[in-house]
Ligand binder design. Structure first.
Ligand code: AMP
Ligand code: ZN
Length: 301
């Protein structure tokens, strides 16, 4: 198998592009896809400092690696969720990566901050673990970015994540979520930090190949609490469609983004005008207190 670009021996076959590439050309392809995602969607520029949310998994570490190579100014943020050995090993991977690249890393540990890990917090508040974890992650990404003056937070969500989420939102006609599902969420005039997903054009297997090729040492285990069974089912269905018809995920998600621009604004979506500072923590919210403080109020003192 030869590289379609330069005739060297290929390391990856990409059915969806009907091509095979060698290591060097594949790296250029990945960098180009991330660069396109950033510039076409005005995610950020070289003058801004970007807070990159790093779990220790392949996606976020590959994202950080590409952003460093594209000469963006980045600082990593790792949340230690306090899930025993899994969280300790994740943090070590992130620290080793930051040290090897000489880049700054912020670590925030729930156990130190709240005396509890995310599983105990979910148990005490009778919330499903992934839902409590999602609330806490979104809150900390935003609060730490705003407190430290980062205009933008980047996460490692890839094409498979976004296409499966879209499938779920369509199957359940979650119109409010459909309107908000985007690789860039605005800062609403400085109310929030901007949220961006620069890997949305890249498939999970391409990111796995990039990580191996570039010797990125990531945590292979999935979170022991694991994703909701439905999301895994949607990913599996999309993988089967992709195998039968390469390019399905790309057409589905990027086709949606194209059409989304001409969709009328759903009247159910609240506008930022409804926002006020949470009386407990100061972060913007539409409720009496923000969803994070509501969660933490239910944790027994
Ligand atoms: P997940 O929700 O686990 O699929 O993760 C999606 C993205 O959220 C990852 O690619 C990271 O950018 C970010 N993320 C997940 N877990 C953490 C964590 N513990 N610390 C920092 N960022 C995280
Ligand atoms: Zn609050």
């Amino acid at each position: 198998m030869k590289c379609r670009q330069c005739q060297k021996s290929a390391v990856i076959k990409m059915e969806r592009h009907n091509t095979s590439l060698c290591g060097g050309c594949f790296n250029l392809y990945v960098h180009d896809q991330v660069d396109r995602a950033i510039t076409e969607n005005k995610m950020f520029d070289h003058g801004e400092q970007i807070l990159v949310a790093i779990s220790g998994g392949k996606d976020s570490l590959a994202l950080w690696d590409v952003l460093i190579k594209l000469n963006y100014r980045t600082v990593g943020l790792h949340l230690n969720l306090g899930i025993g050995d899994y969280s300790e090993r994740s943090q070590k991977k992130v620290e080793a990566f930051a040290a090897s690249r000489g880049v700054e890393l912020i670590v925030h540990a729930y156990q130190e901050a709240y005396g509890l890990g995310v599983i105990e917090i979910a148990e005490e508040t009778a919330r499903p673990a992934c839902s409590a974890c999602g609330t806490m992650k979104r809150y900390h990404f935003n609060r730490i970015a705003m407190e430290r003056g980062f205009p933008v937070v980047a996460t490692g969500h890839n094409l498979d994540d976004e296409a499966s989420r879209l499938l779920g939102n369509v199957l359940q006609w979650q119109e409010e979520y459909l309107e908000k599902q985007s690789p860039v969420l605005s800062d609403e005039g400085g109310t929030w930090a901007r949220k961006v997903k620069p890997l949305f054009r890249l498939a999970e297997r391409e990111i796995a190949a990039y990580s191996i090729l570039n010797r990125i040492d990531y945590i292979v285990d999935e979170c022991p609490m694991s994703k909701g069974a439905k999301m895994l089912l949607y990913k599996d269905v999309l993988n089967r469609l992709e195998e039968a018809s390469p390019g399905t995920k790309h057409k589905f998600y990027l086709g949606f983004l194209k059409r989304q621009r001409s969709m009328p604004t759903a009247p159910t979506v609240s506008k930022p005008a409804d926002l006020h500072p949470c009386p407990s923590c100061g972060q913007p919210t539409q409720g009496a207190v923000c969803s994070f403080c509501r969660l933490m109020q239910r944790v027994a003192p």
